[in-house]
Design a protein around this ligand. Structure first.
Ligand SMILES: *Cc1c(COP(=O)(O)O)cnc(C)c1O
Length: 469
């Protein structure tokens, strides 16, 4: 993984590396298909990486959602599933783990993060409300708007610029937030504080900023609800970057951060190292009671919320593992390792490197290509053709169309996301990925781009089909 600077000792060079804090005892074979096979697979998939079959992929960096590798301790927990309909002991283990590390008193289990967002939005939002947040997330904003609220972005301006380097690019702009609170008295049910900010590239929020948000909201009697999906990654960045935290363990920083919030929605598919699961946690007794009444309708009884007992046990254990310093250092260290290789080779990526992914700046790969020829879609296809590595388009295709004018949205950022699953790939895989990105970047035969030959009405990036120009 990343190295300390090379020290000269007499004539010798000495470097001290650190490595993944685990060894592997079960493997899943993977295979890179031949170039002609990859070409056929890509044609068949309409040049859309979402339409590839998993078996056709060599290294899968489509997403880090639900793709983590579980530990032997988690798998052992799967065998201890208490599949009682009510009062499963695994629920109480999960509740204890959430209370211990995320601090909130009441824990309502859900099938995944969006289930928790649905409950929270239905309970707290009235039509006409306004929900401020540090950049939107797709499902979170959907549930807020579905419940009748409008979302207002209160993240700092710099978060929208891929070239600005700041340690806490996910911070809330306090002046923006204060304006929303003052202009909408009685209409802000809560402030949504995401840490880290996924859509900004996994950028963190500082403890000082979270504290200031809490103080400001308290003055206006508005609760702070955290999207804690990636809060462990956020805590690690605080440890690395914020004054006064470098000697504190990540789990202590996480507790301090969560104690500045009144509740959280959570996707277990990210930080907590499981393939499915989530929860809503709150301190307020009345909100908890309403959530327990509602969860029965949409998810399952309040002691399983759509999960099997074994899934709750795996998540309870995953939480304990996720907050270990050596785990989170290796997780983010792997992202940084890949980012450093690419930077050293002069490849244009979004900076600073965030907690879960590297974003390639497709415009700088293909400076001549108009955005309407889909540079990021083209780059993702080229990467697969080169090495069987699967990435995701995050550009004009993902942005969709303006429903009124029918024209594309033209986002500033035209990117390809390489997302790292937790504990799944090794440093050698990262080398292969970086070398393939470099080969595509340096390929003198630049592709001409794509045309879209099939476009679905909603969330077109999932199923659109393309042909090379
Ligand atoms: C994935 C994610 C969610 C939604 O969680 P699901 O489990 O996919 O429903 C919410 N917020 C953030 C920041 C996420 O990354």
């Amino acid at each position: 993984m990343s190295h300390e600077p090379i020290q000269t000792v007499g004539q010798q060079y000495r470097r001290r590396s650190w490595a993944e804090p685990y060894k592997i005892k079960m493997v899943e074979p993977i295979r890179m298909m031949s170039r002609p096979e990859r070409e056929a697979a890509m044609r068949e998939a309409g040049y859309n990486t979402f339409l590839l079959k998993s078996e056709e992929v060599y290294i899968d960096l489509l997403t880090d959602s639900g793709t983590s590798a579980m530990s032997d301790w988690q798998w052992a927990g799967m065998m201890l599933g208490d599949e009682a309909y009510a009062g499963s002991k695994n629920f109480y283990n999960l509740e204890a783990a959430v209370r211990k590390h995320y601090t909130h008193r009441h824990v309502i289990p859900t099938h995944q993060g969006r289930g928790a967002e649905h409950l929270l939005s239905q309970i707290m939002i009235k039509p006409g409300d306004v929900v401020p947040g540090n950049m939107y997330f797709t499902t979170t904003r959907f549930h807020q708007e579905h419940a009748g609220a409008s979302f207002v972005d209160v993240i700092i301006d710099e978060a929208h610029d891929p070239a600005v380097i700041l340690p806490f690019k996910g911070n809330v702009d306090l002046a923006k937030l204060e304006r929303v609170l003052t202009e909408n008295p009685g209409k802000v049910p809560y402030v949504c504080l995401a840490a880290t900010v996924n859509m900004a590239g996994g950028q963190p929020v500082s403890m000082a900023n979270a504290r200031a948000v809490k103080e400001l909201c308290s003055r206006h009697h508005v609760p702070v609800m955290c999207d804690a999906t990636r809060a462990v990654e956020n805590a690690y960045f605080i440890q690395q970057r914020e004054d006064g935290y470098k000697d504190k363990p990540v789990d202590e920083i996480l507790r301090e951060f969560c104690s500045l919030t009144d509740g959280a929605t959570m996707s277990g598919k990210k930080d907590p190292l499981v393939n499915i699961g989530g929860w809503l946690s709150v301190n307020d007794d009345k909100i908890a009671e309403q959530a327990r009444n509602l969860v029965v309708v949409y998810e399952g009884l309040h002691t399983y919320g759509g999960m099997a007992g074994r899934d709750m046990e795996a998540m309870a254990r995953g939480i304990e593992e996720a907050v270990q310093d050596d785990h989170i250092r290796a997780r983010i260290g792997q992202v940084e390792y890949l980012g450093e290789l690419l930077q050293d080779w002069g490849i244009p990526i979004v900076l600073p490197v965030g907690g879960h992914a590297i974003y390639l700046d497709a415009r700088r790969f293909y400076p001549e290509m108009p955005q309407t020829s889909f540079p990021a879609q083209t780059l993702a296809a080229e990467l697969y053709l080169d090495s069987g590595v699967r990435a995701m388009e995050r550009g004009i295709v993902s942005a969709g169309r303006n429903q009124k004018t029918g024209d594309h949205y033209y986002p500033k950022l035209e990117m390809v996301r390489l997302t790292l699953p937790r504990r799944v790939y090794t440093q050698a895989h990262m080398d292969v990925v970086a070398e393939s990105v470099q080969a595509v970047y340096q390929n003198p035969n630049k592709p001409a781009g794509m045309k879209m030959v099939y476009e679905p009405e909603a969330l077109r990036f999932f199923q659109a089909r393309f042909e090379p120009l």
